[in-house]
Write a protein that binds this ligand. Structure first.
Ligand code: ADP
Length: 494
């Protein structure tokens, strides 16, 4: 019997392959970085061939490390950088142009025009998303307009379009399968999250022929056979990275929330079978579809989180490594009234202020480096609180705990302060591979490798739980200070 699930974790800067065993343990893994292209200021591209080659190389290395062959793989689960999109030739499998990466701002002016025309409201209602260059739709429209011959070839059905999951599925199946899953589709700005289909009104607005787009599958079903290294294995799980992470954190129930603390923060709340509506600047998205049921999520992103710590290290030279920040923060009882709003690139959810800039307020003669470092860490917790408050208001559910991962979640001070400032427990799972594990779970559930969520629940371990220990009055006093600091940061760059 096949022993492993193979998770392919195709990220923004690296491709990884991880083999999980039946207990959810990592048995082998390999990773490799690939090139980032910056052809103009604000533009970001990837070479999809390089993505595929790196993904193939790490898969081979991970299999070799576990002495496994494709026959030992019960299922493949794919998780990927979301929104990044490309066109390729159906006959040759060759990309028509570089993939346009989620970070790329080249369609910002197109988004301004959409808002002027008032179509952003239609997009919001149908796709759950805000009109922003971040999502794939305007990138696809740009490719069709700007890649020579693309529109004609698309109309003739010669081209295929897809996000990175779709590209990998096509490569793995030698061009036989052109498919995506609902969670990735829900990030394109072309997908109606109510009807779970590409939306004809939106397609015609953007001039995207339906036949260019992949078939939309659930996140947990066999959607093709991967043919690799002389063997085959079923591709049975697919989800965008943040949705896969929510699943990997076992946030299976309505109201469960996870937060990934990396460069920025990505928060997702499971809202169950109801399409959530945000009144507070969050986006609504499909979390996953499995066993005939669709689960939705509210999502809020904070642009700068761990990057504030990086900034203190690289630009200010206040610390030598990120880990040192914990000791320094604990060396003082509080920040002495200092607040650091790291709005280096504006503010994301829930403020959406592109003109906000980084601000440090409350400095006195007694403020020292420990206070500043502590204020940087606390800023992650305050920004997270703002998003969780919005999630609670939009969904009507107060979460019981926050599950955390990402580089900065290793910081115990941060986790404790987060619990204090939210007034709910923070749970840090034993695994640091929630994203890859989520993709593995989706693949393993579809093929009977695992039976159901309760079975997965029995193998899930929380390594550490941080209980809130701050008084409610202190918590609200500190948070009120943060809100005043944010007001000082807003609108600065006008
Ligand atoms: P990404 O995937 O976005 O690159 P990671 O999950 O690898 O991010 O996390 C890296 C980020 O976490 C960096 O911005 C770094 O400054 C921050 N970080 C790493 N370790 C710590 C720590 N112990 N305390 C605080 N921040 C940390």
């Amino acid at each position: 019997m096949a022993e492993f699930i193979l998770a392919l974790d195709q990220g923004t800067t690296s491709s990884r392959a991880i083999l999980f065993d039946h207990d959810g343990n990592v048995r082998a893994s390999a990773g490799q970085e690939f090139k980032q292209y910056y052809p103009q200021p604000g533009w970001v591209e990837h070479d999809a061939e390089e993505i595929w080659q790196s993904q193939l190389a790490v898969t081979q290395r991970a299999l070799a490390a576990a002495r496994a062959r494709l026959e030992d793989i019960a299922a493949i689960g794919i998780t990927n950088q979301r929104e990044t999109v490309l066109l390729w030739d159906r006959a040759t499998g060759k990309p028509a142009y570089h993939a346009i990466v989620w970070q790329c701002r080249r369609t910002a002016a197109m988004c301004d025009r959409i808002r002027r025309e008032g179509f952003d409201r239609t997009l919001r209602d149908k796709t759950g998303l805000v009109t922003d260059a971040y999502f794939s739709g305007t990138k696809i429209a740009w490719l069709l307009e700007n890649v020579p011959g693309a529109r004609e070839r698309a109309e003739r059905g010669e081209l295929a379009c897809g996000t990175i999951d779709t590209w990998l599925i096509s490569k793995l199946t030698r061009g036989l399968v052109h498919a995506t899953d609902v969670s990735n589709a829900s990030r394109t700005l072309l997908f109606n999250i109510n009807s779970l289909d590409w939306d004809d009104e939106i397609l015609s607005y953007f001039g995207v022929p339906r036949k260019l787009l992949p078939e939309v599958k659930s996140s947990s079903e066999v959607l093709g056979e991967a043919a690799l290294f002389g063997g085959t294995a079923p591709i049975a799980g697919v989800a965008g990275d943040q949705q896969a992470s929510l699943f990997g954190h076992q946030c299976f129930r309505r109201g469960n929330v996870k937060n990934t603390y990396g460069t920025g923060c990505f928060l997702l709340m499971n809202t169950g079978s109801d399409v959530p509506r945000s009144e507070s600047g969050l986006v609504s998205t499909v979390a996953w579809r499995r066993a005939g049921a669709t689960t939705y999520a509210l999502e809020g992103s904070v642009f700068i989180a761990g990057a504030a710590v990086q900034w203190l290290r690289d630009e200010v030279g206040l610390i030598k490594d990120a880990g040192e920040s914990e000791k320094m923060a604990l060396a003082v009882p509080d920040t002495g009234g200092v607040y650091f709003v790291p709005a280096f690139v504006g503010l994301g959810a829930p403020h959406w202020d592109a003109y906000a800039r980084g601000t440090i307020v409350g400095l006195t003669r007694g403020s020292n480096r420990n206070h500043l470092v502590r204020a940087a860490l606390e800023s992650m917790a305050y920004q997270t609180r703002a998003v969780v408050d919005c999630m609670a208001a939009d969904s009507g559910i107060r979460p019981e705990a926050l599950r955390v991962d990402g580089g900065a979640a290793r910081n115990n001070f941060l986790c404790q302060f987060q619990a204090d400032i939210l007034g709910i427990a923070v749970e840090r799972p034993a695994t640091s591979e929630s994203t890859a594990l989520g993709a593995a779970y989706l693949g393993g559930l579809a093929t009977g490798f695992w039976k159901d969520e309760p079975e997965l629940g029995r193998q899930f371990k929380i390594a550490r739980r941080f209980e809130p220990s701050m008084s409610a009055s202190r918590r609200e006093e500190l948070y009120a200070g943060w809100r005043r600091a944010v007001e000082r940061a807003k609108g600065w760059a006008t």
